[in-house]
Design a binder for this molecule. Structure first.
Ligand SMILES: [Zn+2]
Ligand SMILES: [Zn+2]
Length: 249
């Protein structure tokens, strides 16, 4: 009987591999369902190429530091951020750049299963210490979201909330203007671009600690703009989590 069940399981897995192939976030090759069941979402050879961020990292934004005597990166030593601290899993370079692009523009949302489960696995304990009451995605302008069909930050936040057992809420923070893509802009323009782009819709008087989730952190201007409106409504501690972090300015 057991053997028969195993055979049927094997057949179902093979059909699943064929009909709903799970793809590696780096090479886009098929990951066997038997691997997915073990929560392996990436090929071994690809995982070795991912630029994970290790210590020493900036105590504020989590950018890798070249010198472990430093506490902060160049950006954070020059600018006061509105958030407390944050975690980015990987550097925004090499194969990760292409992978994060594919999540957004090629609808490879499944890649987020890998990145978010890695964040929960590697940084879950540190994140739980923040004692956040809610995970909030960095919102996308509504019309843009309808056009794309999803907001990648939202998809990331949902998964992370699930992995960490922290409530998720996408009804608190909204983007009220259609900002230009940050990647086209200089640091000063980035801040100006998102300065008044966000607003709060719900009564959040009871909210003290929140985690913002986005796909990429570059200069922190988007996270700061979101943190500002939350702080104006009385939120005391704001943290962020992103898949990747870029060079800044
Ligand atoms: Zn691969
Ligand atoms: Zn920093």
């Amino acid at each position: 009987m057991g053997e028969c069940v195993n055979i049927i399981d094997g057949i179902i897995d093979r059909i699943a591999d064929y009909v709903f192939p799970r793809r590696c976030p780096i090479c886009d090759g098929v990951i066997k369902i038997s691997e997915v069941k073990k929560k392996r979402y990436v090929c071994n050879k690809c995982e070795a190429e991912i630029p994970f961020i290790y210590e020493p990292r900036c105590k504020k934004c989590s950018k890798p530091l070249s010198d472990n005597r430093l506490e902060y990166c160049y950006d954070c030593s020059k600018r006061k951020h509105k958030y407390n601290t944050g975690i980015a899993l990987v550097e925004h370079k090499g194969p990760v750049r292409k992978s994060v692009y594919a999540i957004k523009y090629k609808n490879r949302r499944e890649y987020l299963d890998y990145y978010m489960s890695e964040i929960a696995r590697l940084h879950g304990d540190a994140i739980q210490e923040w004692k956040a009451q809610v995970i909030i995605p960095v919102p996308m302008y509504r019309k843009k979201q309808i056009k794309r069909g999803f907001n990648q930050a939202d998809e990331a936040a949902k998964r992370l909330a699930d992995y960490l057992g922290i409530p998720y809420n996408d009804k608190i923070l909204f983007r009220t203007s259609d900002t230009r893509p940050q990647k086209e802009l200089s640091d000063k323009e980035r801040r100006k671009n998102v300065e008044n782009a966000f607003h709060i819709e719900e009564n959040i008087v009871k909210l003290r600690k929140v985690i913002l989730v986005d796909d990429i952190y570059t200069t922190g201007s988007t996270i700061d703009a979101c943190a500002k409106v939350l702080k104006d409504k009385g939120v005391e501690d704001i943290y962020f989590i992103t898949i990747s972090i870029g060079d800044g300015f």
